[in-house]
Design a protein around this ligand. Structure first.
Ligand code: BES
Ligand code: ZN
Ligand code: ZN
Length: 525
């Protein structure tokens, strides 16, 4: 399945920018980018370049087109012997805020990484000048790693006599970086460096998630998802329990809502629970993280029309967010206790399919009228939430789901909607998201929304009486399955989990959205 090759990205604080320039300045210069197709990216401020221009820069600046290029794109290639250097500048002439500077560095990281990819560079060293602080650098490494990604199912077909060099030249897709060194200012402390490493691991966890979201529905069925979860968790440090409820067991144990959604698919629905115990001193479960993992959403008997169904292999984006966070937590050995629950099912159709008008009893006991079989995510989540809270009694619960089209109507593609019963907890979650440039916006659940989800025969309806405020009414439905003392955030990431066109460091299609937010939140716990 692996579409992207994993690559090495390391932080190196021992090689200051100046030493690169020394090499450049000597006429016989051999830049230490020893490897084949290696490149150096020098990231500097405009002021730095103008106030004390290095010799190699002066040489290039004699060339008008170089200067014009640099002015226009803020970056330019310098060829030096066998090496090439991509100079990228940050314009610090105007007053700016720390946040704007970090944002600017992210965009430099995106552009330079894309430039390296376009030139099929495999090994690169980014030398980041002393003018940038730890925050700037964290954002830089994060955005660069996130950019070095391409989901690719194209086979390169060559004739038997094509040489290796010709192959590389003819390869239709960009060659990704295999080895990245981020050479950071020497002034960074040990703890700042380990923070920078966090931003690399978080980004790599997101890349891992993208590869899973992008696998199409017939390949990525519930069996496939279970396998991915087991690959991440089995035999790993701090994993104390893996538990599964599969197929008819769901019904036998009372998870009727969940079972009904998935029962007509070839591959059985299943709840998979993984316990990560990073803090063995405590017997509390700090967090439960629950993901909607619909491997394909046809809509069920309320079948989605053409134009709305094709991308629905991405309906597992919430479960993938949870899985990426689990992978990152294991790698980072985060000292928290987290119960991960994956609600895995395929919303398919056959003669046993659940039907509009059915009244189902949830694990909690509340009855639900199925107003629409396409509002399936909330059914899977409702039972998953009840089961998880009963088993682990978590202090905090986060559910993540590609839950509604309505959240995209409200917020567009680049912001997730968040809902909560605890503003303080939500605010921590949102701040964690901000620091990795995953945007969330707080949307309300009020009595009006709650009223819409009530039914005259059953306790609840899964589709509601109104077509307005679809993401708030979905959240109001889920709220019924939150226990009294659980602090809860519901994250509807239907927009940012999957993009039609790239946005900042996010590619088109599966983005891995949510993984980094969760990791930052767990790390800051
Ligand atoms: N998986 C969809 C939501 C979705 C839509 C995600 C588009 C990503 C892109 C969800 O199961 C769904 O179909 N929701 C319905 C609910 C309605 C029937 C109450 C919706 O949003 O239209
Ligand atoms: Zn649906
Ligand atoms: Zn769905």
């Amino acid at each position: 399945m692996k579409a992207y090759k994993s690559f090495k990205a390391v932080v190196n604080s021992k090689t200051p920018l100046a030493s690169v320039f020394e090499v450049l300045d000597s006429s016989s210069g051999q830049v230490q980018s020893e490897q084949k197709q290696g490149s150096i990216v020098a990231v500097m401020t405009q002021k730095e370049l103008e106030s004390d221009p290095p010799e190699w820069y002066k040489r290039s600046a004699e060339n008008d087109s170089f200067l014009a290029d640099l002015k226009k794109t803020k970056s330019a290639w310098i060829y030096h012997g066998n090496n090439r250097i991509l100079l990228a500048t940050h314009d610090d002439s105007k007053e700016t805020t720390a946040e704007k500077k970090s944002k600017a560095l992210r965009s430099i990281a995106v552009k330079t990484t894309q430039a390296l990819n376009a030139k099929k560079v495999t090994h690169a060293a980014f030398h980041i000048s002393e003018e940038f602080d730890a925050d700037n650098i964290n954002q830089f490494v994060n955005a660069s790693v996130l950019t070095n990604y391409k989901y690719n199912k194209k086979e390169d077909v060559f004739s038997p006599d094509t040489t290796e060099e010709e192959k590389l030249e003819k390869t239709v897709h960009p060659q990704l970086l295999e080895n990245i060194q981020f050479c950071t200012p020497q002034s960074l402390s040990e703890s700042q460096l380990s923070e920078t490493e966090f931003y690399i691991t978080a980004a790599k966890s997101a890349l891992f998630g993208r590869d899973i979201i992008n696998v199409r529905g017939s390949e990525a069925d519930p069996d496939f998802m279970e396998e991915q979860i087991r690959n991440v968790a089995e035999g790993k440090n701090n994993i104390t329990d893996i538990h599964m409820i599969k197929g008819q067991e769901l019904q036998q144990q009372g998870l009727n809502l969940f079972y009904n959604v998935g029962k007509s698919a070839q591959s059985d629905p299943r709840l998979v629970s993984v316990y990560y115990k990073g803090n063995p001193e405590s017997d509390q479960t700090d967090y439960a993280i629950i993901g909607k993992g619909l491997t394909y959403d046809t809509g069920g008997l309320n079948l989605k029309p053409t134009g709305y169904m094709e991308d629905m292999y991405m309906d597992k984006g919430g479960a993938v967010a949870a899985l990426g966070a689990l992978k990152g937590a294991i790698e980072l050995e985060l000292p928290v206790n987290v119960a991960f629950t994956f609600g895995i099912a395929e919303n398919a159709i056959d003669s046993k399919s659940y039907k509009p008008g059915d009244i189902l009893t949830s694990l909690k006991g509340l009855t639900v009228n199925v107003g629409n079989t396409d509002a399936e995510g909330r059914l899977v989540l409702a039972d998953s939430m009840t089961w998880t809270q009963r088993k682990f009694n978590p202090n905090h619960m986060i559910d993540l789901a590609t839950l509604t089209g309505a959240v995209m109507v409200a917020l567009g593609n680049n912001i997730a909607g968040i809902f909560t019963n605890d503003d303080e907890f939500m605010s921590k979650f949102k701040i964690a998201g901000d620091s990795v440039y995953e945007n969330h916006w707080h949307l309300p659940i009020n009595d009006d929304h709650r009223e819409i989800m009530k039914h005259d025969i059953a306790n609840l309806s899964n589709s509601g009486k109104s077509r307005y405020a679809g993401s708030s009414t979905a959240a109001a439905f889920l709220e019924n399955f939150v226990e009294k003392d659980t602090k809860w955030v519901h994250c509807d990431l239907a927009g940012p989990a999957y993009l039609d066109k790239p946005f900042e460091a996010m590619p088109a299609h599966g983005t891995g959205f949510g993984i980094q937010t969760l990791l930052k939140m767990l790390k800051d716990h």
